[in-house]
Write a protein that binds this ligand. Structure first.
Ligand SMILES: Cc1ncc(COP(=O)(O)O)c(C=O)c1O
Length: 361
């Protein structure tokens, strides 16, 4: 097999050891003579996977029974609606901090459900930063405050959480969950599509504080109530068993790496390798994000013109570096360097960037 460095934004790179373990267990799961794909979700085997994945996630996030972990379907996009459906009753209003394409989507969806406000927006500077505390104007009665911890498309990230007082803080962490230690207690609810840092597409993780759950609306269809899934430990209906199995393996891999502190250190080093090339390129590479707001997961930058960007992507791909084209809405280059990307991959890309600049600068 040739070496491929996978910089896809999601679905994205998974740890090789996890894929190998899944491959090894696929035909015959732990001597049962069949695949986990073929077993009942009510089987003791799947029950054990479901429970272990939830426990591992809680351990990594440093929380106990005051939080519930759910494995749901519908992607982070369904969470954009499910959150206000549960926590935005008539007469209430929620605050959204709009920092990029994904926060915009979450905000727009809340407006379809109920009343929401933009408590801050960095649209005017083309989403190159998150807002400063001084630029956030919170509603004293906000039902919750929503942030997007990492904007996958623009490549910006919250490095210091906003102070929201005692309002419930909710975060879409789809593209940076478990990439660094987290003060989970600050959050009433966290959600994340799995297909970047947690596993394959098909499952969405929700972490919800029990006291917040108690305030949820009960006047909703069964599948749209968080309480349904809490009560049934994510087994109300048939869960995406294989995706949860994969998430469990990825969580085990994170623990083996030394947990979130070790992962964060690796991620810092990886991102610095790429940002250093941008910063020393004399303007050949222009990072999208302001330096203090740069994402450690999605490194976004432009080249002098679009023809060079196209050539960059084509040549990189010929050298085994795939998935580098920026999102279709913003163009440019985006290197997604989630947890499973190693330093070697970032080093290879940095070398290519230097070489490409030498030949085209
Ligand atoms: C930050 C963020 N939020 C939400 C989504 C949407 O996730 P899904 O495709 O699981 O609905 C994405 C997908 O890339 C994302 O990056």
């Amino acid at each position: 097999m040739s070496t491929i460095y996978n910089f896809n934004a999601g679905p994205a790179i998974l740890p090789a050891s996890v894929l190998e373990r899944a491959q090894h267990e696929l035909r015959d799961y732990q001597g049962r003579g069949m695949s986990i794909l073929e077993m009942s979700h009510r089987s003791p085997e799947y029950e054990a996977i479901n429970a272990e994945a939830a426990e591992r996630l809680k351990r990594l996030l440093g929380v106990g029974n005051e939080y519930h972990v759910l494995f749901l379907q519908g992607g982070a996009s369904l969470q954009f609606a499910m959150l206000p459906l549960n926590f935005l009753p008539p007469g209430a209003s929620a605050d959204y901090l709009v920092t990029g394409a994904w926060a915009e989507k979450a905000y727009e969806e809340a407006l379809r459900v109920g009343q929401a406000r933009e408590a801050a927006s960095t649209a005017a500077n083309d989403y190159r930063s998150v807002p400063s505390q001084a630029d956030i104007a919170l509603d004293p009665h906000a039902a919750y405050v929503h942030i997007t911890s990492n904007e996958t498309i623009q490549g910006i990230q919250w490095h210091t959480w906003p102070d929201v007082g005692d309002r419930p803080l909710v975060a879409d962490m789809s593209s940076d969950i478990l990439s660094r230690p987290l003060e989970t207690q600050r959050f009433a609810l966290i959600y994340a599509g799995a297909q970047k840092n947690l596993g394959p597409a098909g499952v969405t993780v929700v972490v919800i504080r029990d006291s917040f759950l108690q305030s949820a609306s009960s006047n909703l269809p069964t599948m749209l109530r968080y309480a349904t899934h809490v009560k049934n430990r994510s087994l109300y209906n048939t869960p995406p068993v294989f995706a949860v199995y994969m998430v469990n393996l990825v969580l085990g891999w994170i623990e083996e790496q030394g947990g979130l502190a070790a992962i964060a250190e690796r991620n810092q080093r990886k991102a610095a390798t790429l940002y250093q090339v941008i910063d020393t390129s004399g303007g050949f590479y222009r990072g999208h994000a302001e330096p203090d707001h740069r994402s450690l997961m999605n490194v976004t930058f432009r080249l002098p013109d679009e023809a060079l960007e196209k050539r960059f992507v084509t040549e990189a791909s010929a050298r085994g570096m795939v998935g580098l084209a920026g999102h279709r809405s913003v163009g440019g280059i985006r290197a997604s360097i989630y947890n499973a990307m190693d330093q070697e991959g970032c080093g290879a890309l940095a070398e290519f960037m230097i070489d490409f600049m030498r030949r085209n600068g």
